[in-house]
Design a protein around this ligand. Sequence first.
Ligand code: ADP
Ligand code: ZN
Length: 288
Amino acid sequence: MIAGIELGGTKTVVAIGSADGRVIEEFRFPTTLPQETLGVAIEWLRARGQPTSIGIAAFGPIGIVPNRANYGKVLETPKAGWAGFSLVGCLASAFPTAGIILDTDVNAAALAEARIGAGIGLDDVAYITIGTGIGGGILSGGHLIHGALHPEFGHLKVPRMAGDDFPGTCSFHGDCLEGLASGPAIAARWGTPAHELPADHPAWETQAWYLAHGILSLVAIVSPSRVIVGGGVCQAEGLHRKINARLIEIAAGYFPPVLGGDYVVPPALGQQAGICGALLLASSGNEG
Ligand code: ADP
Ligand code: ZN
């Protein structure tokens, strides 16, 4: 039995599925306090059997590097009650015989999109989500990148668009990419939530400009074959096209074999990317 848990800031998904990352049965419920949230997932799984392996795709920051003291834990987070909680410890005591693999929600989504979604067949894929925050997961040479912590694409420093003096909304950095281009940043900048802005609003050119600069850094550093951009904000009509156009422009003729009109694409798995990725983490042992 292969199990997956996607732990989000507001909702959690628990599922059992196949080795190729397809959900057989799932249950969605609100994320509350850690013991209670994982308790619901554990009870749901127990009613279905003993998992042989469990993949966890979690909001960050989390300790995902094995052999470190913080491995398996939620690190410093503004989310009340979660800092220091051991996700891996909690599941290991509930299911002592199961293999447990933890990664970030965005790394899991990158894995799922690369194996069964919009990056199928590719070993170098980045997945970016633009929602309440901005996050990015990277599959490079078929392996998920962890690094010393894990990539934090949203907190990249990006150049300022000429004439833009919006201070940004990131509580750490103000005008990092997340502070300038997340859903809350759009709402604060324009006085209207992203989902209410019409497709011809200037907000979308600004949005494409900042996202293209963030993605150009990814292209320069890890050279993905494709960049998949999802999350609530990227449901805006025409946004991927605008990002592609801006990216080609600011690349200024460099990276010619890589960039093209369909370099930045929407996800194929939609809301399912995280949970499918958790199942793939479970079935693969450990991608990293
Ligand atoms: P979370 O990061 O909490 O999972 P989402 O990925 O659902 O959240 O993103 C929420 C953000 O997406 C909100 O800022 C909302 O305004 C924006 N959003 C939702 N639907 C659309 C849409 N169709 N077009 C543009 N923005 C949208
Ligand atoms: Zn930041």
